[in-house]
Design a protein around this ligand. Structure first.
Ligand SMILES: Nc1nc2c(c(=O)[nH]1)N[C@H]1C(S)=C(S)[C@@H](COP(=O)(O)OP(=O)(O)OC[C@H]3O[C@@H](n4cnc5c(=O)[nH]c(N)nc54)[C@H](O)[C@@H]3O)O[C@H]1N2
Ligand SMILES: Nc1nc2c(c(=O)[nH]1)N[C@H]1C(S)=C(S)[C@@H](COP(=O)(O)OP(=O)(O)OC[C@H]3O[C@@H](n4cnc5c(=O)[nH]c(N)nc54)[C@H](O)[C@@H]3O)O[C@H]1N2
Ligand SMILES: [Mo]
Length: 683
């Protein structure tokens, strides 16, 4: 008996693939990409093709467990769901009584991109409790705030339109590694005479295949964009009509960018002055030209400014008018759900707190667990995330997680680094076992997926776990009894025109539907005629605050720091992993145990290709194998992120080095502003 059912890849990736699942005698035996989906187009990334090793892993968590070993040791005993839920409810009640509700902290991110299992019942539960609010900043917060300031909307060019572009700038975007379903559109563009340029401190696989690669110093992109604008405006290569009709503040911008002549920008960015001029001319005069900005450029202390400055370029050149022009950072803002109905922030009023709960930035988890008072964090609730591996300043995070007086609940599918620190560990279902509604951040298709397999053991879906906990805590508001389908219906009822005609029934039948961003078959040109989401409806150049200063942790940053730690570490995404989701695989261990160095930096330290080296700074130290060559800018070292720390010989991963300093906008993370040094290991 063979059957094929539809599903959706739930992982935190721009592509959100439509899947076809093969079942043989009720068992899932194969995952494929749906050939009918306009972006997935019949193929999957290598990681997810092999997802069944995760689904059927002998390490899947199957039962609720209670810790019996030391924190971090990962030794547990099986308990029943009733025992687990009772213990959690009792502990939470006691902590709330003694310390107040804000002593409870949820910690979740995008282990699944599904709304039901990622941002519904859980949010309601913590709001009703009056828990500290988590600022979910670890990935895209700086870029999100930047787009809000300039475009006023978080959406841009459709991936399908990239095939029409004649010049494609991949700016801090590793398409082959982290967004592979865009690649076929780029290949099509090249076949029609288009060119691909990459702008990145690292020449990754994408950069190796580009027509040109520009090495840029980490965190200096704002200066580069200001330099490009200097040339475009100075040489009158801008679209005066577009600027006049749809933007504001041009004269101030023209004045401001005079501070960024090519020679100065060359010093700040590491590009040659003539390359800056050449790139500006080519970008402004090639039609259509499109920018794929992914999140790499904004994981820095100046990440907000970088995205602000880059996102002004297509308005300057009028590129938004053209099919295949514009810019894409994210499409997620077009998924205009009724978030308030999903998350019910109003429930906080019932918590007895009498004011909005305090906010805690997830990037600074280590500080929150070790330094916060009034009240201290006494209960931590982790799901859809693995902070022991993914959060910066790992040694401080682990010190916090090891606190004996901290009550930690972890809901997980696998025994992650974080799971090892749980007091109560609860087994979660995978996307093949629960219902969910999926947005995307790299295309405009909304998707619904139903379970295709039964949960193994006693695993439960997040939403169900929070329903049960709400009942245990005596939260009797009707929203805590809503079914998954009721949650989905609520999400879709915002009345926003982009969701027009998209009903649960239609989604159920078709699996995926394009948002109503344009008429059927018509390209979406979001800002061809203005339409910016700013107060005036015009793009705001914001020149008064547009400027560049090097990150503190950079080659031009703090003098004391850079004299001790002269190398800039970029811990970009691994090709074989998805953050830490596949951290049980050997391929991820292999890829993440290398440090790429420039040959000049290696030679200066007596390091040869393959040598064991120590990478270190004041926050920590890890041992890796050197990979010496010319695929990183001079002064830059690169390590792929992230592995399960517990699988490395020293029990740490690259986040032992990264900083929990915040970005210039949105409270974002600064993983890629990190100074280190490298030393050859003795022996
Ligand atoms: N294979 C794989 N795919 C993934 C993920 C994964 O872990 N593995 N993670 C998913 C997630 S959570 C996200 S957010 C997306 C992220 O997708 P991307 O943003 O494309 O991935 P990153 O590796 O963070 O960064 C992209 C590139 O930016 C470069 N970069 C670093 N600093 C700078 C800088 O200052 N300026 C410029 N111009 N470039 C810089 C890096 O070297 C890298 O090559 O990918 C998703 N897809
Ligand atoms: N050095 C460095 N660190 C980084 C980055 C970097 O580029 N460099 N990138 C940062 C970025 S962009 C991001 S987005 C974060 C990502 O950080 P996280 O969001 O923590 O991502 P993952 O490591 O993939 O962990 C997701 C976990 O959720 C679990 N999970 C999946 N589905 C479910 C479910 O339905 N229920 C429950 N309960 N659990 C589920 C998975 O098993 C997995 O362990 O990492 C950040 N950390
Ligand atoms: Mo991310």
């Amino acid at each position: 008996m063979t059957e094929v059912r539809r599903s959706v890849c739930p992982l935190d990736c721009p592509d959100t693939c439509a899947l076809l699942v093969t079942l043989e005698n009720g068992r899932v035996t194969r995952l494929r990409g749906d050939p009918d989906h306009p972006v997935t187009r019949g193929f999957l990334c290598e990681k997810v093709t092999r997802y069944l090793d995760r689904q059927d892993s002998p390490h899947r968590l199957l039962y609720p467990q209670r810790r019996v070993g030391r924190k971090g040791e990962g030794r547990f005993e099986r308990i029943s769901w009733d025992e687990a839920l009772d213990e959690i409810a009792q502990r939470l009640e006691r902590i709330v009584r003694e310390y107040g509700s804000e002593a409870v902290l949820p910690y979740s991110y995008a282990g699944t991109m599904g709304l039901v299992q990622g941002a519904s019942m859980d949010r309601r539960f913590f709001h009703r409790l009056g828990a500290s609010r988590l600022e979910r900043t670890i990935c895209s917060a700086a870029g999100t705030a930047a787009l809000a300031a300039t475009l006023g909307h978080r959406y841009g060019t459709e991936p399908e339109q990239f095939r029409h572009a004649k010049l494609i700038l991949l700016w801090g975007a590793n398409v082959l590694g982290a967004n592979i379903h865009l690649w076929p559109f780029l290949v099509e563009a090249v076949r029609r005479g288009g060119r691909i340029y990459t702008i990145d401190p690292v020449r990754n696989r994408t950069g190796q295949l580009a027509h040109r690669h520009y090495f840029v110093n980490p965190g200096s992109d704002a200066a580069l964009a200001l330099g490009l604008m200097h040339v475009i405006i100075g040489e009158r290569l801008y679209d005066a009509e577009y600027v006049e009709r749809y933007t504001e503040g041009f004269d101030e911008l023209a004045e401001r960018v005079r501070r960024y002549p090519p020679e100065r920008v060359a010093e700040l960015t590491g590009l040659a002055a003539e390359d800056i001029v050449g790139l500006a001319r080519e970008y402004a005069t090639t039609r259509p030209a499109v920018i794929r900005l992914n999140y790499g450029a904004q994981r820095s202390e100046r990440g907000g400014m970088a995205v602000r400055a880059i996102s002004l370029l297509p308005a300057l050149t009028g590129s938004w008018r053209e099919v295949g022009g514009g810019l894409l950072l994210s499409t997620s803002g077009a998924f205009a759900f009724d978030r308030a109905a999903l998350e019910r922030p109003d429930l906080e009023e019932l918590s007895g707190l009498g004011r909005p709960a305090r906010a805690i930035n997830m990037v600074q988890l280590g500080r929150a667990l070790t330094e916060l008072r009034d009240p201290p964090v006494m209960a931590l609730f982790v799901y859809n995330s693995n902070p022991a591996a993914v959060a910066p300043n790992q040694n401080l995070v682990l010190q916090g997680l090891a606190r004996e007086d901290l009550f930690t609940v972890v809901i997980e599918q696998l025994p992650t680094d974080t799971a090892d620190y749980a007091d109560i560990l609860l087994p979660a279902t995978t996307f093949l076992e629960h219902t969910d509604l999926y947005l995307a951040y790299g295309h405009y298709y909304l998707q619904l997926a139903r379970p295709v397999a039964p949960p193994p053991g006693e695993a439960k879906a997040n939403a169900e776990i929070f329903r049960l906990l709400a009942a245990r805590m005596g939260f009797d508001e009707p929203c805590f009894r809503e079914s998954d389908d009721e949650i989905i219906r609520a999400a879709l009822s915002s009345g926003h025109p982009f969701l027009e005609g998209i009903t649960p029934e239609a989604l159920e039948q078709r699996g995926w539907m394009r948002l109503r961003v344009a008429a059927d078959g018509e390209p979406f040109l979001p800002f061809a005629h203005g339409g910016f989401g700013t107060a005036s409806g015009r793009l705001n150049f914001g020149a008064a605050t547009l400027d560049y200063e090097p990150p503190v942790e950079s080659r031009l940053g703090d003098v004391g720091l850079r004299s001790r730690y002269p190398l800039e570490l970029v811990s970009l995404k691994s090709d074989s992993g998805l953050n830490s989701t596949f951290g049980y695989r050997d391929a991820v261990d292999r890829e993440t145990s290398l440090v790429w160095m420039h040959e000049a930096d290696a030679a200066a330290r007596g390091i040869r290709d393959g040598d064991r080296v120590r990478v270190f700074n004041d926050r920590g130290s890890i041992e890796l194998a050197a990979r010496v060559g010319r695929d990183v800018a001079r002064g830059v070292v690169a390590v792929r992120s992230v592995r399960w720390a517990k699988r490395s010989p020293d029990g740490r991963n690259v986040n032992a080095l990264t900083s929990d300093r915040l970005a210039d906008m949105g409270g974002g993370a600064t993983f890629y502003s990190c100074l280190v040094d490298v030393q050859k290991c003795a022996g």
